[in-house]
Ligand binder design. Structure first.
Ligand code: FES
Length: 217
């Protein structure tokens, strides 16, 4: 079978937000949407990693009203999906508000400022900062930690998406980065021999919010 015939055969037609789009077999709904310029919030998805389905921000509504995570559902012909509906808003907005409430609010000093995925999601959902302030825990700043001699970690920025851990596992065969603690106290720590670290800095590059950054001193 020649390549163009194979590509044609793998084409799937589905509808997202009333727009008919083409996708390839095996793609997830999130990938198909992004490839067609349709925004769906996502924080734990990275195209080179297996989607963990951890952040729950990519929820979309199927034609029968079921809410599914777009990063874990593969496309099928005839699918009809809404990325913004009352049900989606009800499910996703509180997650974003809590993330923002527990996130530091010093965007100016953050290396991700301007390209931060959380900033983009806040803009997409027009998050009301006043409402978020009511959800905010008492001000408490966690110390910035040097995870290796190369890079630092700011737990105040971390949204616990797990991308750095999965990236480390992908590069080194096992993750040298681990979660410690529980709930909002959970943070990322480096365990093991630093010599095993490839210093590829992919974990920094893929962090959606600038929680990992180059050691400057
Ligand atoms: S991007 Fe789908 S659950 Fe995080």
């Amino acid at each position: 079978m020649n390549a163009s015939k194979e590509k044609k055969m793998s084409n799937i037609t589905l509808t997202i937000d009333g727009k008919e789009i083409q996708a390839r077999s095996g793609m997830t709904v999130l990938e198909a949407a992004l490839e067609n310029g349709i925004s769906i919030p996502h924080l734990c998805y990275h195209p080179e990693l297996k989607p963990p389905g951890a952040c729950r921000l990519c929820m979309v509504e199927m034609a029968d009203g079921e809410l599914v995570t777009a990063c874990r559902v593969t496309v099928k012909t005839g699918m009809n999906i809404q990325t913004r509906s009352e049900a989606v808003d009800k499910a996703v907005r509180p997650i974003i508000e809590l993330l923002v409430a527990y996130h530091h609010d010093n965007c100016r000093g953050c290396p991700a400022n301007g390209k931060c995925e959380l900033q983009k999601i806040m803009a997409l959902y027009k998050i009301d900062r006043k409402r978020v302030r009511q959800l905010q825990p008492p001000a408490e700043t966690k110390p910035v930690a040097a995870l290796t001699s190369y890079f630092q970690y700011d737990a105040n920025r971390c949204i616990q998406c797990g991308i750095c851990l999965s990236t480390c596992e992908q590069v080194c065969g096992e993750s040298l980065l681990h979660y410690v603690g529980r709930g909002h106290e959970m943070s990322v720590a480096f365990y093991g021999d630093e010599k095993k670290c490839e210093h590829c800095l992919k974990c920094l590059a893929r962090c959606p919010v600038g929680a990992l950054f180059i050691q400057t001193t």
